[in-house]
Design a protein around this ligand. Structure first.
Ligand SMILES: *[C@@H]1O[C@H](CO)[C@@H](O)[C@H](O)[C@H]1NC(C)=O
Ligand SMILES: *[C@@H]1O[C@H](CO)[C@@H](O)[C@H](O)[C@H]1NC(C)=O
Length: 382
């Protein structure tokens, strides 16, 4: 080979490598991340609605950029932020209702999630049940009174229900069409990665806390109702143009610090974990059904149950000291306003804790879960 031939072969090779790297690292195939769900992926939507379920105050966000509390229920970023960053998009996914962001930001990443919401309308708005059953209304009133005390009562109007998240998504789609043109917007919505993280509240904050559903449904019947609602929700997202959808499985709910304390002292509550496994199996069936019924849909159930259970059973593998309590306050029951700045019990290093408050993972756990989800499941979309 002559010198110049060798040189051009080398250049060609370099070019090839550059293209491959650009495709892999640049995340060429997923131009946007679109998030639905509850507090696990809320980026601050609840900041601008009337609800007691907020976290836009310290110590929430103390390990976020500049230590800013954003309304994320963690000491820092949530899993969807890490996923967005890892696939070459922005390091955070902003909340749709955050006035600091424009449609051009949301075109790359957006979260419609709202802390406290569920598949079931009655989870996000307890008054849904109270309308049918005045006795339940009184019960709920006493419950909220005892839980959130005082001033919040008159102002509590529930969080954003899932159907409303879909309405906001419809509005987003219209805004996207105006900003990019119909054709490009359609393509963006088809290629985007949809991440859905929801369901724990339906069981833990609704079925096992309020009488409204448990008085009328067995747990199996309630699971089936939620699966039906989930199927309707995913079908709507599909009809609006979504194709790459990841539903996150339920975690081992019985190991959340709040459940450990309220039921059995310190051990995980096996009854709740069993429900999570049973519901996850039903979700798996639903995903298979949707994939075969809706042409072009590529939906996946991203399993986090076993992975989280493994972390909880082997905390030292990941450098954790504590899996039973959250970092904030006593870590046994506090979240939202009860997780307040200046509480002498709040830990110094949240990286040593699986949970940040009594209900939500620490930033470190969110990061580990995000990378696990990419490696085991989301990689097929990238
Ligand atoms: C939930 O509430 C919305 C708004 O009131 C309603 O349109 C929808 O049908 C309800 N869903 C169910 C399953 O009842
Ligand atoms: C995911 O894959 C990356 C790169 O191969 C690796 O560094 C990381 O440890 C993996 N994380 C998990 C949680 O599996």
């Amino acid at each position: 080979m002559t010198q110049s031939l060798r040189l051009s072969v080398l250049l060609l090779l370099l070019l090839l490598i550059a293209v491959v790297v650009a495709v892999v690292v640049g995340g060429g195939k997923v131009p946007a991340i679109i998030v639905f769900g509850d507090s696990t992926v809320d980026a601050g939507n609840n900041n601008v609605i009337h609800t007691v379920l907020k976290s836009n105050f310290r110590p929430y966000g103390r390990d976020f950029y500049d230590g800013i509390p954003t309304g994320r229920f963690s000491n820092g970023r949530v899993a969807t932020d890490f996923i967005s960053e890892a696939i070459g998009l922005k390091p955070i996914v902003p909340a749709y209702l955050d006035p600091d962001y424009t449609i051009n930001d949301f075109a790359i990443g957006v979260s419609f999630a709202s802390a406290g919401t569920g598949f079931d309308n009655a989870t996000s708005d307890v008054l849904v049940c109270a309308r049918d059953d005045p006795i339940i209304y009184i019960y709920i009133y006493i419950y909220i009174l005892s839980w959130f005390n005082l001033w919040s009562i008159g102002r509590s109007q529930g969080v954003i229900p899932l159907w409303r998240e879909v309405e906001l998504f419809r509005e987003y789609k219209r805004r996207l069409e105006t900003a990019m043109g119909k054709k490009k917007a359609k393509r963006r919505l088809m290629e985007a990665l949809y991440i859905v993280s929801i369901g724990t509240n339906d069981f833990m904050e609704n079925y096992y806390t309020m009488p409204c559903r448990s008085a009328h449904f067995s747990i199996e019947q309630y699971e089936d109702l939620l699966i039906k609602l989930a199927g309707e929700f995913f079908t709507e997202i599909y009809q609006l143009g979504g194709r790459k959808i990841s539903m996150t499985s339920l975690p081992p709910m019985g190991c959340l610090p709040m459940e450990r304390v309220s039921m059995s002292g310190e051990a995980c509550v096996e009854k709740y974990n069993l429900v999570a496994r049973s519901f996850n199996a039903k979700l798996e069936t639903l995903v298979m059904k949707l994939n075969s019924n809706l042409p072009g849909l590529r939906m996946v159930l991203t399993q986090v149950y076993d992975f989280l259970q493994n972390i909880i059973q082997n905390p030292d593998l990941y450098g954790y000291d504590n899996v039973e309590q959250g970092c904030c306050a006593t870590g046994r029951f506090e979240m939202g306003y009860m997780c307040a700045e200046g509480n002498p019990f709040t830990c110094d290093d949240a990286d040593k804790f699986v949970f940040w408050d009594a209900f939500h993972p620490s930033q470190k756990t969110n990061r580990i879960i995000a990378y696990h989800n990419i490696n085991t499941s989301l990689i097929q979309f990238l």
